[in-house]
Design a protein around this ligand. Structure first.
Ligand SMILES: [Zn+2]
Length: 477
């Protein structure tokens, strides 16, 4: 297939720019780029009429089950919000999970996102997500969550209220986790294809040593990348300072390495930052989610200073965010400007775009590269209508795309196949999706309300401790 007359985002001698070029795609791969390529006999030729072509973007930290929970949180700090999302997650069965995964894929395709890292807490329905990704062609690195210690047992001062190893602990056994992982890997792990498995520790403090050891063995045995939440909130920092640093715990079990990506990483100390750099792990910032939950601001400067790879994620969409990675990048860039008086240190658009393209590929770690428009890369492309931009200065488009336009894709290709054409998604029946959601609305709404009411009871205890920590003396700001 030959895509002609596009303006393609590529590196030329002067950096990243939109350049007039044709793209030859053979099967799933970009084969050739150049001006006025000659069509081969029988080659399908598609005229892009001057539309703009970007590499498909990557959402490097995401929870698919939350798409159907959009708007269920009005905004409370993470520890309280977690009680809601855990309770809401419990009421979602196979059908609701399938709808939620599909909703997320549609959202992402519409904003030009073609790959995600899906950190999944619900193992019993994780196969639904895997099958949906497989069927739609959407690229997903699935990280089923490993955890067997609840926040009640480890959060500073909450752990004084609840009995240790109380009867509320309903986690699977370590053997069950290992069996599950082996089965899931055998069924779905295909790094050459569009679905792969990542070892998804929830957060190191939420897994006991036995589970961490088993996780480490699984990662070695199947050569898995590793992903986890890390030090997202001040309360987690306080808890870590009264116990072991979750990062050092991860390292102790050999799980902090180049194939490791760490989501959030807001409340870090110097030793931890240095260790991430030393191990060459990547961090995934989720700035909109962190702002919504009041978790804090990602210390971008500290990571840039140490040359640590940064990717971006949306986190769950019930954290006041969307799955539009360009919007999330914009938020990060604007936020940095409010924090950095030295404007020469502001992140360039090129560096920012790398966080939602190539660095995302590095975090997900598929065999065939994507995230750049280059020969021998997967043909994962988002095509934006030329009318989205004001065509006055020809070097203003990147700037407009990141800061002025709300990006929505006209066409999207994954592995050389159109999954969205002229605004119509071909791999998911969007109308059918809306109909199905309407059909389950009455019982789902009732169950959601019930779940939120149940969570409210426990939330009262968390709130009182949280408020006491706000006024308690601490050297943590
Ligand atoms: Zn998360």
């Amino acid at each position: 297939m030959l895509l002609i007359n596009g303006k393609v985002l590529i590196h030329n001698g002067e950096g990243l720019n939109f350049v007039k070029a044709d793209i030859r795609i053979n099967s799933s791969t970009i084969k050739e780029l150049g001006e006025k390529l000659t069509p081969l006999p029988d080659e399908e030729c598609i005229d892009l009429n001057g539309d703009y072509v970007l590499p498909g973007m990557v959402n490097s930290h995401y929870h698919s089950y939350t798409n159907i929970l959009k708007g269920t949180s009005f905004g409370e700090p993470l520890e309280m919000w977690s009680l809601d999302t855990v309770a809401l997650g419990r009421i979602l069965g196979e059908r609701e999970m399938a709808l939620s995964v599909s909703l997320g894929i549609c959202d992402m395709l519409r904003s030009g996102v073609t790959a995600c890292l899906d950190h999944i807490p619900h193992l019993a329905t994780s196969h639904i997500a895997a099958k949906t990704y497989k069927n739609t062609g959407f690229k997903s690195a699935i990280a089923p969550m490993l955890h067997n210690v609840s926040d009640r047992e480890i959060l500073y001062e909450i752990n004084e209220i609840y009995p240790v190893n109380g009867k509320h602990n309903k986690f699977p056994s370590v053997k069950d986790y290992v069996d599950y992982y082996i089965d899931f890997i055998n069924r779905f792990h295909d790094p050459k294809g569009n679905v792969k498995v990542i070892l998804g520790i929830n957060s190191p403090q939420r897994a006991n040593d036995e589970l961490m050891k088993a996780a480490s063995e699984l990662a070695c045995r199947f050569n898995l990348s590793i992903h986890c939440h890390l030090l997202e909130t001040r309360w987690q920092r306080l808890s870590a300072d009264n116990d072991i640093s979750p990062l050092f715990k991860l390292d102790k079990f050999g799980l902090l390495k180049e194939q490791t990506s760490l989501a959030h990483c807001i409340w870090m100390n110097e030793d931890e930052l240095d260790l991430i750099a030393e191990r060459k792990a990547a961090v995934v910032s989720n700035p909109t989610s962190n702002a919504f939950l009041g978790s804090g601001i990602f210390p971008l400067k500290q990571y840039i200073k140490r040359n640590i790879k940064i990717a971006l994620g949306s986190d769950g969409v019930n954290c006041g965010t969307s799955n539009n990675m360009m919007d999330i990048l914009r938020f990060l860039l604007l936020l940095q400007r409010t924090q950095e008086m030295d404007y020469t240190q502001w992140i360039s658009i090129e560096k920012g775009l790398q966080m939602i393209t190539k660095n995302g590929f590095d975090v997900l770690g598929f065999d065939k590269p994507f995230g750049e428009i280059k020969p021998n890369h997967s043909a994962d492309l988002a095509i934006i209508d030329k009318n989205s931009f004001l065509d006055i200065l020809d070097d203003s488009f990147l700037n407009q795309m990141v800061f002025n336009a709300s990006i929505s894709a006209k066409h999207v290709l994954i592995d050389g196949r159109f999954v969205m054409k002229d605004g119509k998604i071909s791999v998911i029946d969007e109308e059918g999706l809306r109909r199905e959601i309407s059909a389950i609305k009455p019982y789902l709404g009732k169950n959601m309300r019930k779940a939120l009411n149940i969570a409210n009871e426990e939330k009262k205890i968390y709130k009182s401790v949280y408020e006491s920590l706000l006024i308690s003396p601490s050297n943590i700001q």
